[in-house]
Design a protein around this ligand. Structure first.
Ligand SMILES: [Zn+2]
Length: 220
């Protein structure tokens, strides 16, 4: 705690100058409180990123080596490495400076979609990933982003572009069925329908803001 002899006030912080008269203050004890909350430095986050990256490389190399030394003929090492890549991308996405929940939803859509497709492809390709998981991930992401906009309309601008990308993915998912990758039509059609409806709901309820945001993003 500090004391200003001129004003006769005690200061809770550690300022060498008095905020009232700008005269020098004297230290009366070692206790003081900070004016602003203490924010941990980025170093911790940077360290965490390096640690996760290092662990990912270690585990991926270990899986590769074990598979090489003890061949089993099963694709477990590839799947493990794919899962490690998924965890690593998710961690990097979450540890970004200002993680946007819609960007996390979209990142998860891509990463989980990629991971399940990879696992499906290397385990006989029974098409469960393209038939069900990917369309339902699109539906989930579209509904989640709509809820985010409904809950936090002030953050609306940050969500617009993600809602648009999800709707585009929903429409593109129909191609999975058109080109015969997916054998079941209704999930992809539902994904396209739900994601377009979510996008339209956003347009209808905040037409002007969406129009402005899309114009800005696409420079039209
Ligand atoms: Zn003073």
């Amino acid at each position: 705690m500090r004391f200003c002899a001129h004003c006769g006030v005690k200061l809770a912080n550690d300022n060498p100058k008095c905020p009232l008269c700008d005269m020098d203050t004297e230290k009366i004890d070692d206790e003081f409180s900070l004016d602003y909350p203490y924010i941990k430095s980025r170093f911790t986050r940077g360290l965490l990123i390096r640690l996760i990256s290092f662990m990912a490389v270690v585990f991926a190399s270990a899986s590769f080596m074990i598979d090489h030394l003890v061949p089993t003929g099963s694709p477990w090492a590839l799947i493990t490495i794919a899962a490690i890549v998924y965890v690593w991308i998710s961690a990097m996405n979450l540890l970004r400076h200002t993680p946007n929940p819609a960007s996390i939803a979209l990142c998860q859509l891509f990463c989980i979609g990629g991971l399940v497709f990879f696992i499906d492809f290397f385990t006989g390709f029974y098409r469960w990933s393209v038939n069900f998981v990917i369309p339902f991930l699109i539906i989930g992401a579209a509904i989640a982003t709509t809820l985010m906009i409904a809950i936090r309309p002030m953050k609306y601008r940050a969500f617009t572009i993600y809602q648009f990308v999800i709707a585009a993915l929903g429409v593109l998912s129909v191609l999975l069925w058109v080109f015969g990758w997916s054998e079941i039509e209704w999930p992809v059609v539902t994904a396209a329908g739900v994601s377009i409806l979510c996008f339209l709901a956003m347009l209808v309820f905040s037409y002007r803001r969406t129009q402005h945001e899309l114009k800005k993003r696409f420079h039209v």
